[in-house]
Design a protein around this ligand. Structure first.
Ligand code: PMP
Ligand code: GLN
Length: 382
């Protein structure tokens, strides 16, 4: 029976492909972004506690009230903003769901959606499945900052949404106050909405502050912020995230969320609510990951790669453009097979598969594993 694919150009994601290759080759997997270490045993014990105490049936559609309150407290403490836990916070099954539900809530057929290029892989398919038209705005290489003149030129009377990602995957670029102000100025007299993917909100380096779009009064009125406990508490497999948005947007968001998943794992939500009562558990994250970034970058200095230390996220990009013409995909496959270190070729993040000869490594791993990977990289042939 012929099937009319709704995503004819989409294959299996690179994260699945490279993680499988890494596992087949018994390589160190610095490709797909997930921590190589476990979460705090205290958090795992809490899940057990709530499961055993009978918290095993459907959670409320919008999320366990205590968890929503704790998310509000976190936003107040970290960003100095007031949110209403009843009408502005929704707990979902990972940021992937938050992004999909937010995009689906507001994109109608024919609407244009501005995406920064390169972008995380789930945005464009979500736009297309809703009949939207992705309009790509290239980030400025090598820093991956936003060229606001290009954004201005891309805005049309069909623009419905702009999708922002800070700290950025794959580059780690962290938006500045000027970026927020310029975006706000550009869209102030329009009906354009914003989805802001802030899953690496607690992973910024060198004293840089993550600026949530919710901290800007005008952006706050029109933005869905998507977050993920997977990144913050080293539990990417739990798939618990949240969406923060003004009540009118949240109302529409929940209409989609209730038919996508309805609600998310109950004992995990109670455990996270309990665990969040101690802010040091997320406030310690920049230091924790900066040590790993620094260790990894120190080792990279001995390799022929060129790089600038990431500003945020748990990814480090390296360039080999000065050394070889090999495609980034071929090189990352070859390094996985030949020296046992898997990475992500960043061409997969570009809509036209542009290949600036850059690989992305995930440094959310034990130091010993990072050291072995670095030693192996010294042996690579480019
Ligand atoms: N957005 C970005 C930029 C990501 O890197 C990821 C996951 N690595 C997600 C969204 C998805 O988050 P989750 O696992 O909570 O669905
Ligand atoms: N976001 C993760 C990354 O960038 C991957 C998540 C996934 O595999 N879907 O590596």
């Amino acid at each position: 029976m012929p099937i009319r694919s709704k995503l004819p150009h989409v294959g299996t994601t690179i994260f699945t492909v490279m993680s499988k290759l890494a596992s087949d080759c018994k390589a160190i997997n610095l490709s797909q972004g997930f921590p190589g270490f476990d979460s705090d045993p205290a958090l795992l014990d809490l899940v057990n506690k709530y499961m055993k105490a009978g918290y095993n049936q459907y959670a409320p559609m919008s999320g366990v009230p205590l968890l929503r309150e704790r998310i509000v407290e976190k936003a107040k403490l970290v960003y100095g903003i007031e949110l209403d836990s009843e009408s502005e916070v929704t707990v979902v099954s990972g940021a992937t769901e938050a992004l999909y539900a937010a995009i689906t809530a507001v994109v109608n057929p024919g609407d244009e959606v501005i995406l920064f290029d390169p972008a995380y892989d789930s945005y464009a398919p979500a736009v297309e499945l809703n009949g939207g038209v992705p309009v790509f705005v290239s980030l400025s290489l090598p820093g991956f900052s936003v060229d606001w003149e290009r954004v201005k030129a891309a805005i049309s009377d069909k623009t419905q949404l702009i999708i922002v990602n800070t700290p950025h995957n794959p580059s780690g670029y962290v938006w500045t106050q000027e970026d927020l102000n310029t975006l706000a100025e550009l869209i102030q007299d329009t009906g354009i909405l914003v989805v802001s993917d802030e899953v690496y909100e607690h992973i910024t380096f060198d004293g840089r502050q993550h600026l949530s779009l919710l901290t800007h009064p005008e952006l706050r009125e029109r933005t869905f912020v998507c977050g993920s406990f997977g990144k913050t508490f080293h539990v990417t497999g739990w798939k618990i995230g949240y969406c923060l948005a003004p009540s009118k947007l949240t109302e529409e968001f929940r209409k989609i969320h209730q038919f996508l998943t309805f609600s998310s794992a109950t004992p995990l939500q109670y455990a996270l609510a309990d665990y969040l009562s101690e802010p040091s558990r997320y406030l310690a994250l920049p230091d924790f990951y900066q040590k790993k970034r620094d260790l990894f970058c120190e080792g990279l200095k001995k390799t022929p790669f060129e790089f600038t230390p990431a500003q945020g996220s748990f990814f480090q990009m390296v360039s080999y453009a000065h050394l070889s013409d090999e495609s980034d995909y071929d090189l990352s496959v070859r390094l996985t097979k030949e020296i046992g270190v898997a990475s992500i070729p960043i061409s997969v993040f570009f809509y036209d598969r542009k290949d600036p000869k850059i690989l992305r490594f995930c440094f959310a791993k034990d130091d010993s594993e990072l050291n072995v990977a670095l030693n192996r990289l010294l042996k690579m042939k480019l």
